[in-house]
Design a protein around this ligand. Structure first.
Ligand SMILES: O=C[C@H](O)[C@H](O)COP(=O)(O)O
Ligand SMILES: C=C(OP(=O)(O)O)C(=O)O
Ligand SMILES: [Mn+2]
Length: 471
C-alpha cells in the first residue's frame, strides 16, 4: 500500500484559517463534511512516486533540457467522460507532442488538463439572462451549466462525481498510454480521421512519414525502439476547491511527505494566488509539482515571495510559473519578472499560457480568442526568454480534439459568424484540433529559432469586434 494512515500533523488543514477566494457557497456545510469524509476514505487517484517523476521531468524543463506541453479543456464536464472524447483529446495531445518532439528536437513532457479539471473560478458571482439573475456556473464539480435556479445551486455530491469521473478518465488514459495506443509507431493512426480534410492534418501526415523513416533507420542500425511502445502522460488541474483537494491529500508512507493525490500536478490560478490566501498555503503543504498562473498585475516581488513560499528549497521542477500576460503586454511585462527571478537564483520552469490574457467577446456575443493573438503571445514569450538567455519551457493551452468553432483564425480562418456552429465549451474557448496542430508546428519552428519569434499581433481577424476584454 503506497499510502497509509500515518499520524498527520494536520498540516494540510492550516489553509482553513486563511481567506479562500472563489469557494462555492455550499448551502449545507454538514453535507459537504460528509462528502469530504467519504473522499478521505477513497484510494488516491495518483501515486506519490508518479508525482516525483513528473517533478524530475519538470526539472529538465527548468534546466532547459525539455519542453512542457500542458493542455486540455478549460472545463471538463461529466458528460464529456466517454471513450471517444477521451481518446480524441489524448490523440490531439500526442500529435502535438510528436510535432514538437520531432520538429523541435526536444523531449516533450506531456501533461493533460484532464482527469480533474472540473472547477472554475469566475469573474462574476452571478449571471443575468433576459432579466433573470442566477449564480454563475463554477464547473461540474460545483453546480450545473443549465441556466435554471435548481442547477446552479452548489451540490457537494458533485465532488464525489468529480472523483469518480476523474478515476474513470485516468483509467482509460493509463490504458491507452501503456497499452500501445500511444506507441510512436502509431503516429499515423492518430491522424486517420483527419488527414483528408485538413491542411494541418496533411502537414502532420508528412511529418509522420519522416518519423517512420527515422524509426526504420534506427531499426536498420540495430537500435530496437521498443522504448517507444510506452510514453509518459501526466494529469493536472487547477486546485480550486480546497475542501476536495484537502480531502484527497494523503501522506506518502515511504517518505511521510504529503501529496495531493487528485492529480499529478496542480496549479493555482490567477484569481486565487493571493500571498496571504488559502490556496498558496495549501499548495505549500503538498509535495506535488505546482504551477502558478502569473497575470499582468504580477510584480517581481510577488513572484519572489511565491518562490519562497512554494519552493523554499529551490528544487528544480517543483515550481512552474505559467505566465498569461496577453499578446499585447507580454513583451513589456515578462522581462522584469524573469530578470528578478533569475537574479535570485531560483530554477523555476517558465511556461506560456497564451489563452487567458487574450479572451474577448466577439460581435456575436461569444467569448472567444484569436489564433493570431495566441500565436503572438507565444512569440513574445520566446522573444523575451531568448533575449534574456532563459529557457522558454513550454506552453499551457486550452484545446480539444473536436472540430469545434470557439476560437477565431487558424488554418480555416474561422470568423465570428462561424462561432455558433460548434461552440461547445462549458467555459472558455478552446483551440480545435486543426488550430492545435497549427500551433504545435509554429511553436516547433520558434523553438528551433526559425519561426516568427518577433511577430506582432495581427488583430482579431475579419468579422470580429473586440467589444470587451475579459480578464
Ligand atoms: O478558465 C478561466 C476562468 O474560469 C474564466 O476565464 C473565467 O471566465 P469568466 O470571466 O467568464 O468568469
Ligand atoms: C482559470 C484559468 O486560468 P487563469 O487562472 O489564468 O485565469 C484556467 O486555466 O482555466
Ligand atoms: Mn480557462
Amino acid at each position: 500500500m503506497p499510502y497509509g494512515t500515518l499520524p498527520s500533523p494536520l498540516d494540510e488543514q492550516t489553509w482553513r484559517s486563511m481567506p479562500a477566494a472563489q469557494q462555492p457557497d455550499w448551502p449545507d456545510p454538514a453535507a459537504l463534511e460528509r462528502v469530504c469524509d467519504e473522499l478521505r476514505s477513497y484510494p488516491p487517484l495518483v501515486f506519490a512516486g508518479e508525482c516525483d517523476n513528473l517533478t524530475a521531468r519538470l526539472a529538465a524543463v527548468a534546466r532547459g533540457e525539455a519542453f512542457l506541453l500542458q493542455g486540455g479543456d478549460c472545463a471538463e464536464t461529466f458528460d464529456g467522460v466517454s471513450a471517444d472524447q477521451i481518446r480524441s483529446k489524448l490523440k490531439t495531445m500526442l500529435q502535438m507532442a510528436a510535432v514538437l518532439t520531432f520538429g523541435a528536437s526536444v523531449p516533450v513532457v506531456k501533461v493533460g488538463r484532464i482527469a480533474g479539471q472540473y472547477s472554475k473560478p469566475r469573474s462574476q458571482p452571478t449571471e443575468t439572462r433576459d432579466g433573470v439573475t442566477l449564480p454563475t456556473y463554477r464547473g461540474d464539480s460545483v453546480n450545473g451549466l443549465e441556466f435554471t435556479a435548481g442547477a446552479r445551486v452548489p451540490d457537494p455530491q458533485r465532488l464525489l462525481r468529480m472523483y469518480n469521473h476523474s478515476a474513470a478518465t485516468l483509467n482509460l488514459v493509463r490504458a491507452f498510454i501503456t497499452g500501445g495506443y500511444a506507441d510512436l509507431r502509431e503516429v499515423h493512426s492518430w491522424n486517420q480521421d483527419f488527414v483528408r480534410t485538413s491542411p494541418a492534418g496533411q502537414r502532420y501526415e508528412r511529418l509522420a512519414e519522416e518519423i517512420d523513416c527515422a524509426l526504420s533507420f534506427m531499426r536498420a542500425c540495430g537500435v530496437d525502439p521498443t522504448e517507444l511502445h510506452r510514453t509518459e502522460f501526466y494529469t493536472s488541474h487547477e486546485a480550486l476547491i480546497l475542501d476536495y483537494e484537502c480531502a484527497m491529500s494523503r501522506l506518502d508512507s515511504r517518505t511521510t511527505r504529503r501529496y495531493d493525490t487528485s492529480g499529478h500536478m496542480i496549479w493555482i490560478g490567477e484569481r486565487t494566488r493571493q500571498l496571504d490566501g488559502a490556496h498558496l498555503e495549501f499548495a505549500s503543504k503538498v509535495s506535488n509539482p505546482v504551477g502558478v498562473k502569473l497575470g499582468p498585475t504580477t510584480t517581481a516581488d510577488e513572484a519572489l515571495t511565491l518562490i519562497d513560499r512554494l519552493d523554499p528549497k529551490r528544487t528544480p521542477g517543483r515550481l512552474t510559473f505559467i505566465t498569461r500576460m496577453g499578446a499585447e503586454r507580454i513583451r513589456d511585462l515578462l522581462p522584469a519578472l524573469v530578470e528578478k527571478v533569475t537574479a535570485e537564483g531560483a530554477r523555476v520552469a517558465w511556461v506560456c499560457d497564451p489563452m487567458h490574457g487574450n479572451t474577448f467577446t466577439a460581435s456575436t456575443g461569444h467569448k472567444t480568442r484569436s489564433f493570431d493573438a495566441v500565436l503572438d503571445e507565444v512569440a513574445g514569450f520566446f522573444d523575451v526568454h531568448r533575449a534574456l538567455g532563459s529557457h522558454p519551457g513550454g506552453i499551457h493551452v486550452e484545446i480539444t480534439g473536436d472540430d469545434v468553432t470557439e476560437c477565431v483564425g487558424g488554418g480555416f480562418g474561422l470568423v465570428a459568424e462561424d462561432l455558433h456552429q460548434r461552440y461547445e465549451s462549458a467555459c472558455d474557448p478552446r483551440l480545435n484540433r486543426s488550430q492545435s496542430l497549427d500551433l504545435a508546428f509554429l511553436v516547433a519552428e520558434m523553438y528551433r529559432g526559425r519561426g516568427s519569434g518577433t511577430g506582432t499581433s495581427q488583430g482579431a481577424g475579419p468579422g470580429v469586434a473586440t467589444v470587451q476584454a475579459v480578464r
